[in-house]
Write a protein that binds this ligand. Structure first.
Ligand code: 5GP
Ligand code: ZN
Length: 113
């Protein structure tokens, strides 16, 4: 997608340090961190929602999650981490390219009602 910020980062058109990259995904730090450690794990294929996934996309996302679990200690997440995938407007999804927020480096809490 030409005007997608994450596709632009993947192509190197917007500079961003990639902490990890393989054929399926890359990991960058969120530009507006919401935790001591806040990464974005971004599948390279552009699609917006889990509902848009093909079977292959789903299998690839599972592979990405497994790889993330292996990388976690080297990302400073050895104490644990939280994954968030915002889906649509009510969740506050602002970038319409599926991505997994990876939050940690501190004790996490849930928002209070
Ligand atoms: P969403 O709100 O869609 O779940 O998450 C999008 C995230 O992307 C936000 O947390 C936002 O801070 C992050 N973000 C948006 N633009 C950029 C950028 O150019 N570079 C980086 N590293 N993160 C970005
Ligand atoms: Zn994209």
């Amino acid at each position: 997608m030409n005007d997608c910020v994450f596709c632009k980062i993947e192509r190197g058109e917007i500079p961003s340090k990639k902490f990890y990259e393989d054929e399926l995904m890359f990991i960058i730090a969120d530009i507006e961190p919401k935790a001591e450690k806040h990464y974005l794990m971004i599948p390279k294929k552009h699609y917006k929602l889990l509902a848009d996934m093909t079977e292959e996309d789903a299998a690839n996302l599972a592979k990405c999650l497994k790889k993330l679990s292996e990388l976690a200690p080297s990302l400073g997440l050895g104490g644990g981490y939280r994954l968030v995938i915002n889906q649509g407007d009510d969740a506050g999804q602002t970038v319409h390219h599926l991505h997994v927020h990876v939050l940690g480096g501190q004790k996490m809490d849930f928002p209070k009602l």
